[in-house]
Design a protein around this ligand. Structure first.
Ligand code: GUN
Length: 288
């Protein structure tokens, strides 16, 4: 029997509907959540991502603004912009769209975002807090994956979870979140020998490598939940995930499509983090 397709579009719609209610409550208290995106260069993919994020903000009632810079801008100008946004009371969340041009020191720029406005969850303080299980803002893609698992009532505690990809923004925080929910977690990399020996043990398999079709049906345990974070534009202009969807569908119990799986949830969780930041801002109990 073919596995169930996890509908990220529908799950993201549900998250946005929940957020709308919280935004209305905030607005009654005189606070409209605001998100600022910093976009450097003219990469079509980055422009598309930022446009999608701004549109989602509009739909949920968030204020959104985009600060655009040419690809050859100096790092100082971008840092100055971030400093101003850090101090701007209308802005509760700031994201720096990645990747930055090569002449940038990415971490210098990313770490300049105030911890309280770091809705991407990339600040070392927020990533470090994940280790302690007291996270304020968790990175959006792994948060979206957790929500998809929960929305589909997929058990996590006691399972074998395998994460393929060890990036700082997806693979590593993903592993921490699964571990915090009592999964037994393995992290594989592009250098893992005999990758299939790990993936075949996975009750939950999360793949984030950007290598289209890396995971084929023989690499998947029957009945597994398989989550595809990869998204690569093919030479034909289509989007491809890291998982051989048609092959794996016959073996997995649950599978996310690309597009329409994890991607919409990443945007929804960004909005969720921004609303959370605004709620913290609005709450007198939170020292700033
Ligand atoms: N580029 C690719 N993914 C992301 C993301 O989640 N956040 C930001 N800021 N840039 C990205």
């Amino acid at each position: 029997m073919a596995g169930q397709i996890i509908d990220g579009v529908a799950a993201a719609r549900k998250v946005r509907a929940e957020l709308k209610t919280r935004v209305e409550t905030l607005k009654r208290r005189g606070v409209q959540p605001g998100l600022a995106a910093v976009l450097v260069g003219d990469s079509p993919a980055s422009q598309l991502y930022v446009r999608n994020k701004s549109r989602a903000c509009d739909e949920v009632g968030l204020h959104a603004e985009v600060h655009r810079f040419p690809a050859d801008v100096g790092e100082r100008a971008v840092l100055e912009c971030i400093r101003e946004l850090n101090a701007n009371p209308r802005i509760h969340g700031i994201l720096v769209q990645l990747p930055l041009p090569r002449h940038f020191d990415t971490q210098t720029v990313v770490q300049a975002v105030a911890v309280d406005k770091d809705v991407d969850g990339f600040n070392w303080c927020n990533l470090g807090a994940l280790l302690g299980g007291t996270c304020r803002f968790a990175p959006c893609t792994p948060s979206g994956v957790m929500r998809l698992l929960d929305e589909n009532s997929i058990a996590i505690a006691g399972t074998n979870a395998v994460v393929v990809g060890r990036s700082v923004i997806v693979g590593r925080p993903m592993a921490m979140m699964l571990l915090a929910r009592d999964a037994t977690v393995s992290i594989c990399t592009s250098k893992t020998r005999n990758l299939d020996e790990y993936t075949r043990l996975a009750d939950i398999l999360v793949v984030a490598t950007g290598r289209p079709g890396l995971i084929t049906a023989p690499m998947v345990k029957a009945g597994a939940a398989v989550i595809d974070v990869g998204i690569t534009r093919t030479a034909e202009g289509r989007f491809a995930g890291d998982i051989d969807f048609d092959g794996v569908r016959g073996k997995a119990a649950y599978l996310t499509p690309v597009p329409g799986g994890v991607g919409p949830m990443t945007v929804a969780m960004l909005l969720a983090n921004t609303v959370k930041a605004a709620e913290r801002f609005a709450s007198a109990a939170v020292p700033r």
